[in-house]
Design a protein around this ligand. Sequence first.
Ligand code: KIV
Ligand code: ZN
Length: 518
Amino acid sequence: MTQDRVVIFDTTLRDGEQSPGATMTHAEKLEIAGLLDEMGVDIIEAGFPIASDGDFNAVSEIAKNAENSVICGLARAQLGDIDRCWDAVKHARQPRIHTFIGTSPLHRAIPNLTMDEMAERIEQTVTHARNLCDNVQWSPMDATRTELDYLYRVVEIAIKCGATTINIPDTVGYTAPRESAELIRKLLENVPGADEVVFATHCHNDLGMATANSLAAVEAGARQIECTINGLGERAGNTALEEVVMALKVRNDIMPYQTGIDSTKIMNISRRVAAVSGFPVQFNKAIVGKNAFAHESGIHQDGMLKNAETFEIMRPADVGLSETNIVMGKHSGRAALRSKLEDLGFELGDNQLKDVFVRFKALADRKKEIYDDDLIALMRTTADPEDERLKIEKLAVRCGTEGPQVADLVMVIDGDRQMTTQTGDGPVDATFNAVKALFPHEARLQLYQVHAVTEGTDAQATVSVRMEENGLIVTGQSADTDTVVASAKAYVHALNRLIVRRGKSGTDRREISYKDVS
Ligand code: KIV
Ligand code: ZN
């Protein structure tokens, strides 16, 4: 590897999927892995095989399908974890085992290991991983809060035992750019054998500094950046792939490092990850936000018309964004819809297209101009029919200044048609009460969010909800020109996901403790 090449390690399917509610289905994970492989991601961390049979199967299948990327699985510092990880990744042309242990005082206290006992555990587990696989990554979790001398000691052990990549995680998003750089520099200077391995940076975004910290680490000598699409990840998320890739591209004058990423694939994968994870991208998010290339003020618009470089440091096309325009209407046919959706990054099978086309026509009857964003919203709410145990058939709501508001709801539940009338404090409350009357549940609504997809009073509303039941968190989304209908469908979408999650066999990844190494 040349000194100016930075390896991109994507952990959307592992660290990203750990975001509460971001669980993806097996098919969705395979699809995202395919897109990551295609866009030039060097290493895909595909999951945590010991966590559940679902994770194991997803990692194995991603490993079998990968064409160019290295496929990596995560394992705690336990021999059984490492064996299970190897069993999943060994199918890949280029497999990698990533094993880790929390080395900071707070993390050492949980399995109650002394410094010496932990050092011994690292020696044993890294050696075991290296006996199985030539490509081993080791991480001292919470490295940025680990005593420096102890960090030197354990990194040296991991290198001696055969780790080929040493990842330095800022697990709680605590470090700052100068400190992040200094830590990498010190490790490179003080750890024997450091020049024989690749150092990686893995930053969480709790203080909003993840991308800056990752880039600072690269300037100090790290050559692998760990990141996720849209910055998905626990709490405030991780370093965003699109941000580091575009920062290195646009500011190559001061950060002369190359990645192998085809940046024109960024918008497409960002949209797909938003759709399948249920985590919409904030409007003003760098690179992939809806407003990232929008120019609102008169001065900006005037400047843009004269010379786009006045207010744009990259072109929309650099990230694969086509000019947003009115694209479709009620006379558009199935072939035009398929081709438009392909442009937007959605490859559909015939059955899926049939379903989307019916809903597209229904939308076109209500809305004259169908924009790209309308189609993206439509795709975001395409449910897998097998997972649709609850379905809304009909909803009528009476609302206005005189309460209480009333919802008449007909739902099909496992093929059985049922109806109810319920009241509530507002039309959405009445509707949710009606759903609850027909499908009683204990799930608590944690978040309810409405956005207009495009402009105008006939714009579709996209509604996102997040619900929690006994520690299981699910999200649901829907879009409709009627905000209350979109709300009802989003609520039911989340309930359908909850039913799937409740019924999943095996351990949920969140139930497995990262700290449990004994
Ligand atoms: O943030 C972290 O420390 C991690 C480790 C498992 C590498 O994700
Ligand atoms: Zn992490």
